[in-house]
Write a protein that binds this ligand. Structure first.
Ligand code: RET
Length: 133
């Protein structure tokens, strides 16, 4: 199985502004967040997963068991309550976030030595690529 564990630094961030907009994140936060350097720390231990998204402005952290639905509160992002589930689809780690917004979730996969993350909501897709620190 794939191991996404590691410390990953954001290299490219396509459409992040549109993604934040569709989540109704306020203008001031969007302006700050748009140019932030982001670091993703992933700790994968069998079916347990912790993902930390770190920046100088704000951090966001989730801990979960793969395959089990949990309550996610997107504190500091769009501050919504979601029913979230993360599972493997082949070599991709796929998340569905059920709540007020349709078609919301994300997907992680490896390509060579890069970590990819697609964040989607409604008809918006943000594509981030990370490199190992
Ligand atoms: C930051 C800075 C403050 C404003 C916003 C942020 C966005 C964080 C996001 C995190 C997604 C995490 C995921 C984890 C799984 O890999 C950078 C905290 C809006 C969108 C999908």
């Amino acid at each position: 199985p794939v191991d996404l564990s590691g410390t990953w630094v954001l290299e490219t961030n396509d459409n992040f502004e549109e993604y934040m907009k569709i989540l109704n994140i306020d203008l001031v936060t969007r302006k700050i967040a748009a140019h932030l350097s982001q670091t993703k720390i992933i700790i994968q231990d069998e079916d347990k997963l912790t993902i930390k998204t770190l920046s100088t402005f704000r951090n966001y952290e989730i801990s979960l068991t793969i395959g089990e639905e949990f309550d996610e509160y997107t504190k500091g992002l769009d501050s919504r309550m979601l029913k979230t589930r993360v599972s493997w689809e082949g070599d991709a780690l796929v998340c569905t976030q059920k709540g007020e917004k349709a078609n919301r979730g994300w997907r992680h996969w490896l390509e060579g030595d890069k970590l990819h993350l697609e964040l989607y909501c409604e008809d918006v897709v943000c594509h981030q690529v990370f490199t190992r620190k």
